[in-house]
Ligand binder design. Structure first.
Ligand SMILES: NC(=O)c1ccc[n+]([C@@H]2O[C@H](COP(=O)([O-])OP(=O)(O)OC[C@H]3O[C@@H](n4cnc5c(N)ncnc54)[C@H](OP(=O)(O)O)[C@@H]3O)[C@@H](O)[C@H]2O)c1
Length: 354
């Protein structure tokens, strides 16, 4: 039996994932990488040909096969065939839940399915380094890789508040997610000025704290989290302001030491998002830093011994990419040592200092 990773969607998340699996398939124990694209577009010609030149195989619906071929692409597989023969399917579309209901839940071939941040309810929420221990072999066939800001928030909470056997020392935490208007890969959605968000969720404010709470609930934790969101007229990284109230005293030294001790956290003295973004462009994989969060050290403050305040940047979608790879490798072979080993080739993009 071949080990096949099949990626659905070639957008902001799908494209680097296809590239990553093709580049590192030998070291990750993957025999074949296939991907599905819905629409044949002249403007996507170079992207598809480059992915295929590296070894990935294109799958398309029978109804549009001719459109792809007319552009000059080789279509290797039909959509349903590609899904059935895959070991793991990674849905990178905003339609993961719909695809699960209509297609994935009826397939017997694949061992596992992953969907991304917008697809709340697709399966158990997962972030690498936060709740790995709750994945259950043979049970978690559907997993939802949480959004980039949820990775950031949950990593901060775990790093600063996990007191081991004593539980989490968190009384409550609040976050203001300052989101970029759109990604540099996207044409639409830019805004002329900052646009504040409403608090649609009476308990959590916005979906960011709700998603983080839901992820911690897989670990039997019921944390008091609240978030607000504002969209900024920038294409650079998301930024987050955070305020934690602990149920015990802490110090700035302890806060920095805890952040330094987590290899998934990067620290920086840089205070402008473009500088982190350009570091990713110059030293990242597909321009991505795979760290879960980039905390701005000079902004950290401990107030009244129990409050921690600071700013951090969310490394675009790099953290979601890392968790997607880790979750796919787990579904292929759940042995934790094996997942660890097969992730080795991409570890160098987990920065400790930026
Ligand atoms: N962008 C980010 O920074 C980011 C970060 C973390 C998580 N995510 C999550 O990743 C997911 C995808 O987001 P994205 O930003 O990568 O989207 P995107 O750039 O807009 O790309 C979406 C892709 O999905 C395909 N697609 C859309 N609907 C489809 C359907 N019904 N069936 C098959 N293919 C379909 C599109 O195909 P065609 O173009 O061929 O039509 C396109 O390739 C979302 O859940 C999002 O929340 C995004």
């Amino acid at each position: 039996m071949k080990t096949i990773v099949h990626v659905v969607g070639t957008g902001t998340i799908g494209e680097p994932l296809i590239g990553l699996f093709t580049d590192f398939r030998d070291r990750m124990g993957i025999d074949e990488v296939t991907f599905h694209k819905r629409t044949a577009l002249k403007s996507d010609f170079a992207k598809l040909e480059h992915l295929m030149a590296r070894g990935a195989k294109l799958a398309a619906d029978q109804s549009v096969r001719g459109d792809f071929e007319a552009l000059g692409h080789t279509v290797s597989l039909e959509t349903q065939e590609a899904l059935e023969r895959a070991t793991v399917v990674i849905d990178c579309t905003p339609a993961g839940n719909a695809n699960k209901a209509e297609i994935y839940s009826k397939l017997s071939g694949p061992r596992g399915f992953l969907a991304q941040g917008s697809e709340f309810g697709f399966g158990k929420p997962y972030a690498r380094g936060v709740n790995d221990e709750v994945l259950v072999e043979g049970e978690d066939r559907f997993l939802q890789v949480v959004s980039c800001n949820t990775h950031n928030i949950t990593t901060l909470v775990k790093t600063l508040c996990d007191d081991g056997d004593k539980g989490y020392c968190l009384d409550n935490a609040a976050f203001v997610c300052m989101r970029r208007a759109n990604d540099i890969t996207q044409e639409g959605g830019f805004i002329p000025a900052p646009q504040v968000g409403t608090h649609g969720d009476p308990e959590f404010g916005t979906h960011h704290a709700r998603d983080a709470h839901s992820l911690f609930s897989t670990m039997d934790l019921d944390l008091d989290l609240f978030s607000s969101a504002v969209k900024l007229n920038t294409q650079y990284m998301h930024s987050i302001w955070f305020k934690f109230r602990l149920d015990r005293d802490t110090t700035l030294e302890e806060v920095i030491e805890r952040l330094r001790d987590n290899h998934r956290v990067a620290l920086t003295d840089k205070r402008q998002a473009n500088l982190i973004f350009s570091f990713g462009r110059d030293h990242g994989y597909y321009g991505r830093i795979l760290s879960q969060t980039v905390v701005v050290t000079p902004t950290l403050l401990v107030r009244r011994k129990r409050e921690i305040v600071g700013f951090c940047f969310t490394p675009q979608d790099g953290n979601s990419l890392l968790s997607s790879v880790a979750a796919a490798l787990w579904q292929i072979d759940p042995d934790p040592g094996s997942v660890q080993h097969r992730l080795d080739p991409i570890r160098r993009w987990l920065y400790r200092e930026i």
